[in-house]
Design a protein around this ligand. Structure first.
Ligand SMILES: Cc1ncc(C[n+]2csc(CCOP(=O)(O)OP(=O)(O)O)c2C)c(N)n1
Ligand SMILES: [Mg+2]
Length: 347
């Protein structure tokens, strides 16, 4: 196998990625898939109430989150962002406790709907149910970063359907005018629940709309992890250098129904669903890493065992966690000890 002088394979060289980086990226894609598959089993077994899946989006999410600086930059994710959140520091336990809505769930202490990830520790803004509101949060964070000169970048991500909301126009216009350190990611999976892309967007690519804001719009194959990485690396560098936002549109697939409450065979043909399976970053990235010698039989077996153990551990952990105490229901909604002093008499 062709290797560089440093003993590295050539695959990562043009990207400045080491073999260890590539293996870690692959591990995250595979881990996100394994956690997600377990969620569906637990839902069908009656253990968790609702699943909204990231299957088919993972490669784009890992490639795009990778260039951000963990613990420094910010992400405002959406409900399919399992791989994004894992890449940015959340653990399978963190993801699974959100599914079980336990007291130990770092996303919301069991307050939010499952799939509404967030992490104070890792600079991940809590998912908000009204789609596209996360763009406003991220743009606000980018504005604060610019004013405070922190050098931070804020990224948000959502589906193509959500990208039609009015919030997106207002936020993107503002971010472009003020050249904010912001990256807007659209994970285009071709559907908004049962509505196909052609009925949501009047242009071929959502990225075309970037021209209306005077910012770069980049279309990237969401099944190509390294292409996603490059698009994001350039967008993050541009944002950090003070040149303003970029819109990245990753063409992904939705390998599952919209959610565990949906049946996509009602509105997608068998042929279409079969073709979707071919547009999947997991087998593609695996083949790329195997062909170039980055992933050996031995390494792959070790990763598979580690991932299986992590999924088992996360499930067992979440199963064993208590529900939130009903006595704490108002916590994070109202002040723990309401101030009963009349406003005029307050110090
Ligand atoms: C403001 C708002 N309108 C409608 C909904 C209901 N809803 C939840 S997900 C969804 C589809 C979003 O599609 P898309 O943005 O393409 O993301 P995908 O689910 O395909 O990843 C809709 C309409 C919502 N949560 N918020
Ligand atoms: Mg969609």
């Amino acid at each position: 196998m062709a290797v560089t002088k440093r003993g590295e394979t050539h695959l990562g060289e043009p990207y400045g990625l080491s073999d260890a980086d590539l293996v870690e990226m692959y591990r995250l894609v595979a881990l996100a898939r394994a956690v997600d598959e377990r969620m569906w089993i637990l839902n069908r077994a009656g253990r968790i109430p609702f699943v909204i899946s990231g299957q088919g989006h993972e490669g784009a999410q890992v490639g795009i989150a990778w260039p951000l600086q963990k613990g420094h930059d910010w992400i405002a994710p959406f409900y399919r962002s399992i791989a994004t959140c894992l890449t940015f520091g959340m653990s399978p336990r963190d993801i699974m406790t959100a599914q079980y809505a336990t007291a130990a769930d770092p996303s919301s202490g069991g307050r939010q709907m499952p799939g509404h990830y967030g992490s104070h520790e890792h600079n991940i803004v809590s998912v908000s149910s009204p789609v596209a509101t996360q763009l406003l949060h991220a743009v606000g964070i980018a504005l604060a970063a610019k004013i405070r000169k922190t050098g931070q970048v804020a990224m948000t991500t959502m589906g193509e359907g959500s990208s039609n909301q009015g919030d997106v126009h207002e936020g993107l216009n503002f971010a472009a005018i003020h050249k904010l350190p912001f990256v807007f990611v659209v994970e285009n999976n071709g559907y908004a629940i049962s509505v196909p892309a052609a009925m949501q967007v009047s242009v071929a690519d959502v990225a075309e709309r970037a021209a209306g804001y005077g910012i770069p719009g980049v279309v990237v194959d969401g099944a190509d992890v390294l292409a996603c990485y490059v698009a994001s690396r350039d967008a993050v560098a541009r944002a950090r250098a003070g040149h303003g936002p970029t819109l990245i549109e990753a063409k992904v697939t939705r390998l599952t129904a919209h959610s565990s409450d949906d049946q996509q065979t009602k509105y997608r043909s068998a042929e279409e669903l079969a073709a979707e399976k071919g547009h999947d970053a997991l087998p593609r990235f695996r083949a790329q890493l195997r062909d170039t010698g980055v992933l050996t039989d031995e390494l792959e077996a070790r990763l598979a065992a580690e991932i299986k153990a992590a999924v088992e551990d996360a499930t067992d952990y979440a199963e064993a966690q208590p529900d939130p105490d009903p006595a704490t229901a108002t916590r994070f909604v109202y002040a723990d000890e309401p101030d009963t002093t009349p406003p005029g008499a307050r110090a």
